[in-house]
Design a protein around this ligand. Structure first.
Ligand code: ZN
Length: 136
């Protein structure tokens, strides 16, 4: 099979407040802030910071219904997921399902920046939450 996973697209970090978290990433790590946007489908506000060809995504819950809110309550701030950049995400999801991999999303959903994303269940990924991410 041709290598379809292109690179680490981004690493997602759960935070209580993007505003409070940004000074560390911008001033201390000296990363460039690319964008801040709300992703209603995921119940989050996200900030993307550029680090070489990859990004760091800060995720702040928009409400107590957000999965990020539950994560923060359970585990506190920290690394939430690793996003693998892929092409043909729909075909990749079907391929994983055929291999018995448990998905959080059975079909790609809209993520930040209009990307198509799908999460693989941590049960199938050694406890890590892995996101597939396809840019348009
Ligand atoms: Zn992500």
């Amino acid at each position: 099979m041709e290598g379809n996973a292109k690179r680490i697209d981004h690493i997602g970090i759960a935070v209580y407040s993007i505003e409070k978290a940004l000074p560390f990433y911008e001033d201390v790590l000296q990363l460039k802030l690319l964008a801040i946007e709300e992703v209603d489908s995921q119940g989050v506000r996200v900030a993307f910071l550029e680090i070489g060809q990859s990004k760091i995504e800060l995720l702040e819950p928009l409400s107590e219904k957000s999965p990020i809110f539950s994560f923060l309550k359970k585990k506190g701030e920290g690394i939430h997921h690793i996003a693998v950049g892929v092409s043909n995400i729909d075909a990749r999801i079907e391929e994983l399902k055929a291999k018995g991999v448990q998905m959080v999303h059975d079909k790609a959903v809209e993520g930040a920046g209009g990307a198509h994303i799908a999460f693989i269940h941590p049960k199938s990924a050694n406890g890590a939450l892995v996101e597939f991410c396809e840019k348009k």
